[in-house]
Design a protein around this ligand. Structure first.
Ligand code: C5P
Length: 229
């Protein structure tokens, strides 16, 4: 099977409170999206890459990536899962059903090449696929809905923070996303859709500094992580 790359970059990044989506903020001289894509595409595994952009995206033509002929774009949807589905549709005449698809957030520019390589080799012969994740470091509390009263401390020993890339088979991922979205299931990552379809993804432990740039403070942190890479 071949390997395809999907990068959902159609979010508006409202929590960042910037005047452009977070993937188009700059770290040093470069767009976050360009940093993310060059880390991924430095790995020679990929047969092609689809970036899902927003319907009113005026920044993509300014990127280095827009000049890269390995990359095509599609218009994303209102939710991340719909953006990924649109990108899968854009691949449908090139990808085979059992080809691998790796999905990685545009807003995770700190991915290490080692983690990507590790994910690819660990899951290469896995029937379902899986994701990078990192053990939870904080003590976790559960409250009732909307309440601040602690009901319980959650045992964190078997808990992981889901990261990206997440890697699944083309047809299995497409069907899982379609059925989870149609059922109104809250799909926050590819793995949740695959689990909803009754399959069991595998975790590959990744570095905790593969952060998703979400709030303003993350920008400085990402800059620091990238400088030390
Ligand atoms: O909003 P969140 O941080 O979960 O977004 C994760 C990734 O999904 C980002 O790279 C964002 O651009 C992308 N996304 C998307 N389409 C949406 C919402 C988010 O491609 N409708």
């Amino acid at each position: 099977p071949r390997y395809w790359l999907i990068v959902p970059a159609a979010g508006s990044g409202q929590r960042m409170k910037a005047d452009c989506p977070k993937q188009y903020l700059r770290l040093g001289q470069r767009f976050i999206l360009d940093i993310t894509l060059s880390c991924l595409l430095d790995n020679a595994a990929f047969a092609g890459c689809v970036v899902a952009t927003g319907p009113n995206d005026q920044w993509w033509p300014e990127t280095e990536a827009s000049k890269d002929r390995r990359i095509t774009t599609c218009i994303g949807g209102a939710e991340r899962a719909e953006s990924v589905l649109a990108a899968l549709d854009a691949l449908s005449d090139r990808a085979n059903d059992d080809d691998w698809v790796l999905v990685h957030d545009a807003a995770r520019p700190c991915l290490h090449a080692d983690d990507l390589a590790h994910l690819l080799t660990e899951l290469k012969n896995h029937p379902v696929g899986g994701l990078l994740a990192t053990p939870v470091a904080d003590t976790l509390k559960r409250t009732g809905p909307g309440s601040h009263e602690v009901e319980a401390t959650v045992d964190r020993r078997d808990l992981w923070r889901a990261l990206t890339p997440q890697m699944f088979r083309f047809l299995a991922l497409k069907q899982a996303l379609e059925s989870a979205i149609n059922s109104g299931y809250p799909v926050t990552d590819e793995s949740s859709a695959i689990e909803f379809a009754g399959q069991i993804p595998c975790i590959v432990e990744g570095r905790p500094d593969n952060i998703k740039v979400t709030v303003p403070a993350d920008l400085a942190l990402a800059g620091f992580i990238l400088e030390r890479k």
